[in-house]
Design a protein around this ligand. Structure first.
Ligand code: 7TS
Length: 422
């Protein structure tokens, strides 16, 4: 366990060998220094979105104050700079996932990436009675696009169950695979419970049967080192804003041979090779899937976020966050009336809980008065809440800049909620 020295200055791991200095890390995030309701902000809503390091803010300011121009179309100096920065961001993302740049499509976020795969890949391969398999713990973004696709094609949505700990039951998932299954779409990490799913194993099962796999990595990339080749997935989606990057930018990784065969998602500028009224020739991937002026600054900001994470090391970050997870799990479980929701053996730093007799929104409101930001609700995972027999939970989700002292503030605030409503 780490030593708490002063507010926000926990020395993670306490070991002099540890490279991870959380006090120094916090100094990189200007938003963390503020008071909320007269108290130091304790930001534990990181699964919704993360705060941004100065490096990301400066990358955005740098683009807008020096290099602002459109990409892929100007011969002038600024357009060349903007294009180089945008394509360099693509290379950074490719390295981050162990992919190649032509396999990286910039999107608005995870949601758009999944919709792209549904409407381009899904629509071109699915026939009536075909099956798409999802799991009970998916975010609405990884359910609704498939329901829409099923309506459009006559395909069926099949759901693999979880157990009471919030883990996918692999044998049950495997039992639902058959010759009609065309695609498996599942989260790498559950946003509501923190469960880390055995994606590699599921990809192996799928590969043996010729089934494509899309992984929703929105909650995984901030916490785990992701290697799409090692995972063996066909598609991987994530959002920039959940890994300390800007909002409005996200990534779809698609295997080169699949992207090559996929029709465009949207039509417009940049996604074409030539246009005439007799017919239009589409551009190669990834440009085929990036119609219109992209979020250039967003891509540049995302690359700055990835470089920031690389400097700190995802291994170090993961160790620090696991320490926070363990401390939060123990501290909350000790509070009478608290029940933890989601007790998977392999978890990322997300703790969902309910407090006996107190609505999760009331818990969150008391916490807010103590300066603690958490999320309460169904977390855009209503089918999961239904499976758990709960209308909602309160969720604390941790990031690399959180401290053990903040875990203590959280636990004290939950005790306070219990006193007020108990
Ligand atoms: N998939 C998962 C697993 C998510 O957690 C989220 C957002 C999305 C997809 C959608 O991401 P977007 O960036 O396209 O909106 N999750 C949450 C959350 O847990 N609280 O707020 C947003």
């Amino acid at each position: 366990m780490s030593a708490v020295t002063a507010p926000g200055t926990v020395t993670a791991g306490c070991s002099p060998a540890s490279r991870f200095d959380v006090a120094r890390v916090r100094a990189d995030f200007p938003a963390l220094g503020q008071l909320v309701r007269g108290r130091p902000l304790v930001y534990l809503d990181n699964a919704a979105t993360t705060q941004k390091p100065r490096a990301v803010v400066e990358a955005l300011v740098g683009f807008y104050t020096r290099d602002c121009a459109n990409v892929h179309r100007g011969v002038h100096e600024l357009s060349q700079r903007a294009t180089e920065a945008y394509e360099s961001a693509r290379r950074t993302v490719a390295r981050f996932l162990n992919a190649t740049p032509d396999e990286i499509v910039f999107t608005r976020g995870t949601t758009e990436a999944i919709n792209l795969v549904a409407q381009s890949f899904g629509r071109s391969i699915l026939a009536e009675q075909d099956e798409i398999l999802v799991t009970e713990l998916e975010h609405h973004s990884n359910i609704v696009p498939w329901q829409m696709l099923a309506e459009q094609t006559g395909a069926r949505l099949v759901v693999a169950p979880i157990n009471d700990r919030g883990e996918i039951v692999l044998e049950e998932l495997e039992r639902r695979l058959n010759e009609r299954t065309r695609l498996i779409a599942l989260a790498h990490v559950s946003n509501a419970l923190g469960t880390v799913n055995p994606v590699e194993e599921i990809c192996r099962m799928a590969r043996q049967r010729g089934i494509a796999v899309l992984v929703d990595g929105a909650q995984a990339v901030p916490h785990l080192r992701v290697d799409v080749r090692a995972l063996g997935c066909d598609f991987y989606a994530f959002s920039g804003h959940k890994i300390y990057g800007p909002t409005g930018i996200g990534v779809l990784y698609g295997k080169a041979e699949l992207l090559e065969r996929m029709p465009p998602y949207q039509g417009g500028g940049d996604m074409i090779r030539s246009v005439s009224f007799a017919g239009t020739l589409y551009n190669d991937p990834p440009f085929r899937f990036e119609a219109g002026t992209p979020h250039i600054a967003g891509a540049i900001g995302l690359a700055a976020a990835i470089e920031y994470l690389d400097r700190l090391g995802l291994g170090e970050i993961g160790r620090h966050e696991q320490e926070l997870l363990e401390a939060a799990t123990i501290a909350l479980a000790e509070i009478p009336g608290v029940r933890l929701v989601g007790t998977a053996r392999h978890k990322a730093a997300v703790v969902s809980f309910v407090l006996d007799g107190v609505h999760p929104h009331d818990v969150a409101t008391v916490l807010d008065h103590e300066g603690v930001a958490v999320r309460a609700g169904h977390h855009c995972a209503q089918p999961l809440m239904e499976r758990l027999g709960l209308p909602a939970t309160t969720r604390a989700s941790f990031a690399l800049y959180n401290t053990l002292e903040e875990v203590e503030v959280l636990a004290r605030a939950v005790r306070r909620a219990r006193e007020i409503f108990g």
